[in-house]
Design a protein around this ligand. Structure first.
Ligand SMILES: N[C@@H](CCC(=O)N[C@@H](CS)C(=O)NCC(=O)O)C(=O)O
Length: 84
C-alpha cells in the first residue's frame, strides 16, 4: 500500500507510553509525520476540539479526513491503511 500524500499529524507528548507506541509504529512503517506537542499536564484544547476527549495520542490523517484517538485503534488503522 502507498504512503500518505499529506503528512499525518500526531498530538502527543514524549513521556506518554501510548504516544510512544504510535510513534514507534509510524517509524517502523517509515511514515513521516508531524509531532504536535501537547503539555503533559497542560492545555488539551486541541485534542478535545478534534475528538471530544482530552486524551492523547490523537492521529489526524488529512488524506482520509480521519481523526482518531486510542493508540490500539490508531495502530490498527495505520496497518490497515498503509501496511504491506
Ligand atoms: N487508552 C488510551 C489511553 C491514552 C491515555 O491515557 N493518555 C494519557 C497520556 S499517557 C492522557 O492523555 N491522559 C490525560 C487525559 O485523559 O485527559 C490509548 O491507548 O490511547
Amino acid at each position: 500500500m502507498s504512503k500518505p500524500d499529506e503528512l499525518l499529524e500526531v498530538y502527543q507528548f514524549e513521556q506518554c507510553p501510548y504516544c510512544s507506541k504510535v510513534r514507534k509504529q509510524l517509524t517502523e512503517m517509515q511514515i513521516d509525520f508531524i509531532a504536535r506537542q501537547v503539555e503533559p499536564n497542560g492545555d488539551r484544547e486541541k485534542p478535545e476540539e478534534l475528538t471530544g476527549e482530552t486524551q492523547v495520542p490523537v492521529l489526524v490523517d488529512p488524506d482520509n479526513d480521519t481523526v482518531m484517538n486510542e493508540s490500539d485503534d490508531i495502530i490498527q488503522y495505520l496497518e490497515e491503511t498503509y501496511g504491506e
